[in-house]
Design a binder for this molecule. Sequence first.
Ligand code: HEM
Ligand SMILES: *[C@@H]1O[C@H](CO)[C@@H](O)[C@H](O)[C@H]1NC(C)=O
Ligand SMILES: *[C@@H]1O[C@H](CO)[C@@H](O)[C@H](O)[C@H]1NC(C)=O
Ligand SMILES: CC(=O)N[C@H]1CO[C@H](CO)[C@@H](O)[C@@H]1O
Length: 527
Amino acid sequence: MGYIVTDPTVLAATVVVVSVVYFILRGGHDPREPPLAPSSIPIIGHVVGLSRRGFNYYVDLSERTDAPIFTMSLPGQKMYVVTKPELVQVIQKQHKTLAFPPIEAKFASTVCGASLEAKAILAKNVNGDEGDFGLSMDSYAAMRAALKPGPELDDMNSSMLLEIVEALDKLEPPKGESRNLGMYGWLRGAITTATTRSVYGPMNPYNDKSVADAFWEFEAGLMSILVGVLPAITARKAIAARTKVSKAFEEYYNKGGVKLGSAYAKNRYQSEADNNLSLEDIARFEVGGSIAVLVNTAPAAFWTIVLIYSQSDLLSDIRKEVDACTETTTDDKGSVTKALNINTLKEACPLLLSAYQEVLRYCSMGTSVREVMEDIYVGSFLLKKGAMVQMPSRVIHQDASLWGASVKDFNPRRFLREEKKNRPGDACFRAFGGGKTLCPGRHFATNEILAVVAVFIARLDISPANGSWDLPTTHNTNIAATVMEPDNDIKIQVQARHGYEGVQWVVNLHHSEKIFALVTEDHIDEE
Ligand code: HEM
Ligand SMILES: *[C@@H]1O[C@H](CO)[C@@H](O)[C@H](O)[C@H]1NC(C)=O
Ligand SMILES: *[C@@H]1O[C@H](CO)[C@@H](O)[C@H](O)[C@H]1NC(C)=O
Ligand SMILES: CC(=O)N[C@H]1CO[C@H](CO)[C@@H](O)[C@@H]1O
């Protein structure tokens, strides 16, 4: 055993033999299936391509194939990759036969290190085929109910905004002084605190910085846990970090912390307890749940701020919009308070909103996945039971036949109302996924990002400590992230905005029912 693992040649040979046998046993390619993607090397060509190019490999392949869907045979797994939005819509409608919950359940069980009991509970009626019951169905419903616009979301928003304003109060240096810091590091810390505080309430386990750090260490090691080759050795650090976070959650539940948490935290807990999960497993699943809640907001805010500040014309245009909807009051002692209202921002700052949405188009790299539960035709293509369907947002977001010749550019004006005729339909915007698995956190995330970005723009002058804005590369982006993560931080110099020193800032948000409709589903009826 030890011998096989330590000798890389033996290991490689074993992988190849197993793959070849598997490939032969699974049978080849049926001509009714989507056409095969070209591969430079047989069998392992796509594995090499994916590991070299990451999610861009799907874009490379789609540019070399005309088909709206193509087949990629990976050792041990057949995959269909969808390249056209019309076909995405067809697939999303078949949500029982082309299903997400079975994949999610496997992912959650592995990533969270669930017990055998918990795995069995989660596997029961996982896809809702026998009716509307079981942990899988209950927890989807519970999360969606708590995150949709309404009073429960408003409660989360208000505590999040207080934390954001407090973090910026601490960040802003006194008049005439400046401060140097890593932009991404600061944002990720501030957003992690604000988000988790509003989700988990005053006894938030992430109040302890070492727990938050452990979460990010776990996130960085996700791949090693997922690959699962001797995880006790290869994923030792990531697993230790995960245990630290889940222990903190156990303590939180034991002390009744969830009673003071948001409806989102309460609903999740209740659906799990009602399905007889042990407290240990509830705590374990919460570590996995934190991935959806935490990993995308900070990079989205980071790119929005960096891409706006790095173009001075754009910065000044957006500043004008934000300033115009800031209310200023001066008390009898002469101290100035400025109030920003998030709802007003959503109505009166079209360029800010367009730039934010363009950041999501430009930087998103998530892929919606489905498992084929039964052989099924989509259009004229046969999809075979057991295969995986991938719908990478990047393929659609980078398609020049949809977005025009400027598709590779960051164009902050692309999503302005008057540009509507120059862009494809809303269904081509895939940053939050779509259909049954559409991100339920999009309203909360949008509020949080707009708040951070608007307050930054309104009150701070920042410049790169290096002298120029060198945008970081994004090769190391985590597989669980749907927004590209920067490989390295940018050091910035922060000052109070010239002419705005010593101002008190408040941010308001009244009634999130007034939503900013980003995705097609928001224009139709909300579930
Ligand atoms: C800019 C920030 C965010 C982006 C781009 C984003 C994007 C996504 C995407 C692409 C999915 C999968 C959709 C699919 O495959 O069709 C997803 C799922 C989800 N997101 Fe978000 N998200 C963000 C922030 C948030 C936040 C702040 C929360 C919670 C407060 C959240 C909660 C969830 C949940 C609960 C799911 C469903 C996971 C599941 O089905 O188990 N998201 N998100
Ligand atoms: C949970 O356990 C209780 C007591 O053993 C049982 O009555 C109930 O049916 C179980 N609930 C589910 C959803 O399995
Ligand atoms: C500063 O610029 C150099 C060269 O452009 C780059 O290699 C380095 O990563 C930058 N450092 C920071 C902290 O941004
Ligand atoms: C800061 C803020 O204005 N928060 C609002 C969020 O939602 C609650 C509940 O509806 C309002 O009372 C708050 O004013």
